[in-house]
Design a protein around this ligand. Structure first.
Ligand SMILES: Cc1cc2nc3c(=O)[nH]c(=O)nc-3n(C[C@H](O)[C@H](O)[C@H](O)COP(=O)(O)OP(=O)(O)OC[C@H]3O[C@@H](n4cnc5c(N)ncnc54)[C@H](O)[C@@H]3O)c2cc1C
Length: 414
């Protein structure tokens, strides 16, 4: 009998595992609780804006090799947009200074020796201190390893780590911060080109994956929530869905690619991260003015990154827990006031807007929470874990989710 691999959850971890397994001729069934795929990385039609938006602006980097491999395999890579070289415009809303951070393509960081390329107000030697993060040991917070002040910190390290770790950087895991530095600044400009899903996350990362799965004969069952797992001795016996129990043949396998709190409810004695951080996004329906960069970093403001899409300006605020209880109108007005200054457009009238607050956007990337991340293998030989919260060595990112999916698929076939 052909074995069946059941994948629970159609987020990027589940989808990437499914793509890998189908590519190797495995029979795959994906079970997704909701009516749509993508999980925390999805597009939807927003009635107040009258347009399709993403649940959050997602940034990839050209060095995200697993994410790019996945996109090539599903045929979505040409839907990413970004500059030919690693360039990041910044604006400081307090001083009104604007500058462009420009990495050189090679691995040798020549840009830190060039005052026109590096962060204004810094010296080449300042950057050396960041190397300490590369050798950080588990358990240490960033604030213990590097000094979290000074111009370089405020203008580069803080925005980079805040975006990547989604936590106030001094509290973040130095080991995870080190992984980010290793895969970005230390990897050279060719790994740091910012890439965004030009036509939205759904059209780029999700719809082509579903089409590929269909072509490869996989089944995707929506609104099919796993309610419980029947455990045997050293293996799992059956999957319980509402009104249906699927018994597993001895050769069948299950990849559980659900969020950590769901995994912990389904699998007894599973230790998982239990703290989370929010991400707040604000979307404004307005045509970006000519010359508006696709992405700009913003300092000394609520806005952290401003993205320009056709017909829309969108803002990301990481570790946005402090904004969760702010009334939506107040937040929209504050953020729009800043956006108008950044983009140089009139502040009146306030364009149609939407605020999207994802409370549990990522696990809290502290050393303590990082230590709770399990690996992919479990005590049950036919049950494997995937998800951005499993122990990938990266913070909760698209790249981490896809690496976890690939790793789970490899474990199943090994
Ligand atoms: C607002 C926001 C902005 C972000 N920005 C970035 C960014 O710029 N760059 C970046 O790299 N990353 C970013 N991320 C992180 C990225 O989105 C996630 O790391 C990634 O999408 C996680 O994928 P996943 O498959 O691990 O989990 P999820 O996307 O959570 O997928 C889990 C899936 O399991 C399903 N499920 C749950 N329970 C069950 C059940 N019982 N039965 C069946 N199915 C179930 C869920 O419905 C969901 O579809 C951002 C996240 C958010 C929320």
């Amino acid at each position: 009998m052909t074995r069946v691999v059941h994948i629970i959850g159609a987020g990027l971890a589940g989808l990437s595992a499914a793509i890998k397994l189908c590519g190797r001729g495995e029979q795959v069934v994906v079970h997704e609780a909701t009516a749509f795929a993508g999980g925390r990385c999805r597009s939807y039609h927003d009635a107040s804006l009258g347009m399709t938006i993403d649940n959050g602006n997602h940034l990839l980097l050209s060095g995200n090799r697993a994410a790019l491999g996945y996109l090539h395999e599903i045929g979505g890579a040409d839907r990413l947009a970004g500059p030919d070289h690693a360039e990041f415009p910044f604006v400081d809303l307090k001083s009104n200074e604007r500058w462009m951070l420009r990495f050189n393509d090679g691995r040798l960081p020549l840009w830190i020796f060039d005052a026109k390329r590096r962060v204004p107000g810094t010296q080449a030697l300042d950057y050396l201190a960041l190397a300490r993060l590369l050798w950080a040991v588990p358990g240490e917070p960033v604030g213990k390893v590097i000094a979290c002040d000074g111009v370089l910190y405020r203008r580069l390290v803080e925005p980079l780590l805040l975006a990547a770790l989604n936590i106030d950087p001094p509290l973040g895991s130095a080991k995870l911060a080190g992984a980010i530095i290793r895969e970005t600044l230390a990897a050279g400009g060719l790994a740091c080109r910012p890439l965004i899903a030009r036509d939205g996350l759904g059209e780029t990362l999700i719809a082509p994956a579903l089409a590929t799965l269909q072509q490869r004969g996989a089944a995707v069952r929506f609104e099919h929530q796993l309610r419980a797992i029947q455990f045997g001795a050293g293996h799992i016996d059956a999957l319980e869905f509402a009104g249906e129990t699927i018994a597993l043949a001895p050769e069948d396998a299950v990849i559980l690619a659900v969020p950590p709190y769901t995994a912990a409810a389904l699998v007894r004695e599973l230790e998982v991260p239990t703290e989370f951080r929010a991400i707040v996004n604000a979307h404004f329906r307005i045509e970006p003015p000519p010359g508006q960069p696709r992405i700009i970093g913003v300092l000394n403001s609520t806005v952290e990154w401003l993205f320009a899409f056709p017909g829309r300006l969108s803002v990301t605020v990481s570790a946005g827990d402090r904004l969760i209880d702010t009334p939506r109108e107040e937040l929209a007005k504050t953020i729009w006031g800043e956006v108008a200054r950044i983009a140089g457009v009139p502040v009146d009238p306030l364009p149609p807007w939407q605020i999207v607050r994802e409370r549990r956007a990522t696990f809290a990337a502290t050393p303590e929470q990082d230590a709770k991340r399990p690996g992919a293998a479990t005590s049950w030989r036919n049950l494997v874990l995937a998800g951005d919260w499993t122990n990938t060595g990266l913070p909760a990112t698209i790249e981490g989710a896809i690496r976890s999916g690939n790793r789970a698929a490899n474990l199943v076939v090994s």
